[in-house]
Structure formats: structure tokens, C-alpha cells
Design a binder for this molecule. Structure first.
Ligand SMILES: [Zn+2]
Ligand SMILES: [Zn+2]
Length: 453
């Protein structure tokens, strides 16, 4: 979610700069204060354990769908707290259920996977992990998106809700999702019959994500937060041959090049100028040798969009461009370019009523003016909401939690940089102070729905 976080926090920075010192007190601060004090006490008492868990997870990052160690830790911790636990959903997903009397059911998600990044933080608990890929190659792996913190927060939430069992009523489902980074983990859990296993269905759902804003600040905004996205591969089928005899071939690389440039006109010439969308060609895969014209070229595309009509128009124009280019190159009807859809996520849209409900409590937790609730939407994407799509309208809120040390953040600002680092950067790190804060944010959000009235 790097792009999202980066843009969101760029906005957070400008918001902070323009922030009025005196924000109005939250409406129900009086009512929520004692319970929030209990959350503070419960998480503070658990903080040392959580920091140990976090450091351990940070030292043992695992790429999407290989989160075996991480998911085993989640399952073990949840079982010890009395959750009913089901493992290996969508390969490594873990779901833990705690039934605590009548009331709504809340699902809370943490993603588990890490990134193919060589850590440069120099932290004593930095990752030195290398992971072997299917092709035999070895790559450096680190938690550069803070999913290790998300898992830790989730375990803090689970423990806190166990401790405060007498203060809430309903069902809490905490779950650890594989493979958020490739955008396919939530879908994998759904395809592995997540909703046919008898789990109580969510009345509300939450997710929390790290962002390189200052520790102690969070973003919780209503409405459309993140764009929808598609990953797709286009294959141009040509006729290969000798590089010296192009007249005997149909060069797929030339077709691909023409298509790449034509795609640039979809946003600028076809979509409504007020629409926001992105067409990115992230990879061009074709050929090997200087003197061989290959018989095919593959383009790996990524789309971002906010409404289904823009998505459909973009896909239709991609198909028309591909076909037009191929026809012009003399490709026969039976060898027209093909399009393979590889992954998709809808826009992330936070429920307004839910955000309105949790924000005053979050503000009581972190302090007046520290809950930023008016971020513009970003072109980044998440697959969090994909888990609930099949169920219809599940109201959810996805919360961003600042994890950069305040002094580092201020130093970066003084140097003209809006933030000290971004997610997915080799220097990305989660200030340990953000570990208890994130667990508290998770717990307060859950209690905003589940607390005894
Ligand atoms: Zn990420
Ligand atoms: Zn992430």
C-alpha cells in the first residue's frame, strides 16, 4: 500500500502544518473516558510482550503466501487466549473467534506478508532474512510495510479484549490475512470457503495500517479512501524470425511499443477529464537476443480507478487499441492480442456512520486534533475490503496509524521533506512507541461497536 500511504501522509503533513491547536472536544468523551483508561492500562501492561513479539516478527519476515511462521505464532497466541482458531485458510490465513454474549460481530484484520527489500535501518533487530523463490533465486526480505506491526497490534487487541471481557458483549473475530502486497490474499481466503465455514458473519469490519506520519497521529476518514485496481497481462502474438529479415515477421515488440504509447491517451482523451484513473505498464517482457525477432510480447499492466464505468471504458479502450495495432500490423484474426486478468480489488470506501462513531473515541485515546479525518482519496489500493464483497454491504473502517518518531518527522520537515521515509523503503521502520498505540487504536475501534452501553 505504499503509494496510498505516501500520498495520504503527504496530506497529513500539510494538515498538521495547518492544524489549529484547539480542536473541539469529542462529543462523547465523558462516556468513553473510563473504558479508554482501561484500554490504556491493559495494553500498557502488555506492551513489553507485544514489543518482543514485534521484534521477533520483524526479524522473520515472510513473503505473501509463505507466512507459515507468522501464522503459527498468531494461531498459538490466539488459542492461548481462548479464541476458537482455524488455520490454513487461503494457504496461511488464520481466523480466531471469541464469542462473548449477545451483540454485534466485529471482524478485525491484520495482513502478514513482507516485502522483497534489503533492510537498511541498522536496527539491532533488523531483518537479515533471505527467501528462496520458486525459480531458485534468493532475495532479501524485510517488513517494509509494517505488517509485522499489524499482526502485533492484532495480538494486542485480542489480549486486551480478553482482559476487558466484562466491558463488552458480542463476537470478536480477529484474522490474519496472507499476501496483501500482491493483492490476492483476501481473495484467496474467500476462495478457500472463508464464508462457508460457519464463522459468524461480520456486522462491522476493521483494518489498520502503518503510515510514515508521526507516532500518535492517526487517519480515519469517511468515504472513498483508495482506488480500485486491476492487474492484467496483454500478449501480442506476432511471427518471429531473423532480425535481418523483418519483412518475413510480424514484430510483436513494435506492436507492444505502439500500444504502450496509445494507452497514454485513454486517460487524457477517453475518460471524463474530471475522472481519476491510472494506466501503468509496469513490465515489458519480450525477446532475448539482439538478432531474433520474438513471436510474442507481454505487457504487464496495472489500472487504478474509482468507478466501475471508468474501469470498463479503460479496459474496452485497451482491447480496441490492442486489436487496432494488431490489425494494422497484419496479424490474422485467429492471433489477435489476448488479455489475462490476474487480480482485482474494488475501491476502499470507509463507512461514514462507522467512522463518525469511532473517531471521537479515537480522539479521546490519542488526543485532540490527532485524528485526521479529511484526507482526500488516494490512487493506492488495498485488498482488505475484498474479503467482505461477497456478503454485500458490510460497513468497515480502515485506519492509518502514524509510526515515525515525531523528532524524525520534524527533522525531515525542516529539511524540506514531507516525511522521513515511505512504506516499502529500505529505511522504513516502526517506532516501538507505535506498538502499544496501534494495539490501543485496534481495541478502541472494536469497543466503539462492542462496548456495553
Ligand atoms: Zn505495502
Ligand atoms: Zn501494507
Amino acid at each position: 500500500m505504499a503509494t496510498a500511504v505516501r500520498v495520504a501522509f503527504r496530506t497529513m503533513v500539510s494538515t498538521l502544518i495547518s492544524l489549529n491547536a484547539a480542536s473541539p472536544p469529542p462529543a462523547n468523551a465523558q462516556v468513553s473516558q473510563p473504558l479508554i483508561a482501561k484500554v490504556n492500562a491493559a495494553v500498557d501492561a502488555d506492551a513489553a510482550r507485544l514489543i518482543d513479539i514485534f521484534k521477533d516478527l520483524h526479524q522473520h519476515p515472510e513473503l505473501g503466501f509463505t507466512e507459515l511462521r507468522t501464522s503459527a505464532i498468531v494461531a498459538k497466541e490466539l488459542k492461548a487466549l481462548g479464541f476458537t482458531v482455524v488455520e490454513n485458510i487461503g494457504k496461511t490465513g488464520v481466523v480466531g473467534v471469541m464469542r462473548n454474549g449477545p451483540g454485534p460481530t466485529v471482524w478485525f484484520r491484520a495482513d502478514m506478508d513482507s516485502n522483497a527489500v534489503l533492510e537498511a535501518t541498522g536496527l539491532p533487530y533488523a531483518s537479515t532474512t533471505k527467501q528462496r523463490l520458486e525459480d531458485g533465486s534468493e532475495i532479501d526480505v524485510m517488513h517494509a510495510c509494517g505488517h509485522d506491526a499489524h499482526v502485533t497490534w492484532l495480538l494486542g487487541l485480542a489480549k486486551t479484549m480478553t482482559t476487558l471481557k466484562n466491558d463488552w458483549s458480542g463476537t470478536l473475530v480477529v484474522y490474519a490475512q496472507p499476501a496483501e502486497e500482491p493483492g490476492t490474499g483476501a481473495q484467496a481466503m474467500v476462495e478457500d470457503k472463508l464464508w462457508e465455514r460457519g464463522f459468524p458473519k461480520p456486522d462491522y469490519a476493521f483494518g489498520a495500517h502503518t503510515a510514515p506520519g508521526p507516532v500518535g497521529y492517526i487517519s480515519s476518514s469517511p468515504g472513498v479512501r483508495m482506488a480500485g485496481t486491476d492487474q492484467l497481462d496483454i500478449t501480442f502474438h506476432g511471427i518471429g524470425g531473423h532480425g535481418s529479415t523483418p519483412q518475413m515477421t510480424i514484430d510483436p515488440i513494435v506492436m507492444a511499443a505502439q500500444a504502450i504509447l496509445s494507452y497514454q491517451t485513454i486517460i487524457s482523451r477517453n475518460l471524463d477529464p474530471q475522472a481519476s484513473a491510472v494506466v501503468t505498464v509496469g513490465a515489458v517482457v519480450a525477446g532475448r537476443d539482439n538478432n531474433v525477432i520474438p513471436d510474442k510480447a507481454i505487457l504487464k499492466l496495472n489500472l487504478r480507478w474509482f468507478n466501475a464505468a471508468d474501469r470498463e471504458q479503460t479496459l474496452r479502450r485497451i482491447d480496441e487499441i490492442n486489436r487496432g495495432v494488431a490489425v494494422a500490423a497484419g496479424v490474422s484474426e485467429d492471433r489477435m492480442p489476448t488479455r489475462a486478468m490476474k487480480g482485482n480489488a474494488s475501491p476502499l470506501v470507509n463507512d461514514k456512520a462507522l467512522v463518525t462513531r469511532i473517531n471521537p473515541l479515537l480522539e479521546t485515546l490519542v488526543g485532540a486534533g490527532k485524528v485526521i479525518n479529511h484526507f482526500p482519496a488516494v490512487m493506492g489500493s488495498e485488498d482488505f475490503q475484498e474479503a467482505f464483497k461477497k456478503l454485500g454491504n458490510v460497513p468497515y473502517a480502515f485506519i492509518l496509524v502514524g509510526v515515525a518518531p515525531l523528532e524524525m518527522f520534524e527533522k525531515a520537515r525542516a529539511a524540506g521533506r514531507p516525511f522521513p521515509y515511505s512504506n516499502h523503503n529500505p529505511d522504513f521502520f516502526v517506532d516501538l512507541a507505535a506498538i502499544p498505540i496501534g494495539a490501543k487504536v485496534d481495541a478502541v475501534a472494536a469497543l466503539a461497536v462492542l462496548a456495553n452501553q
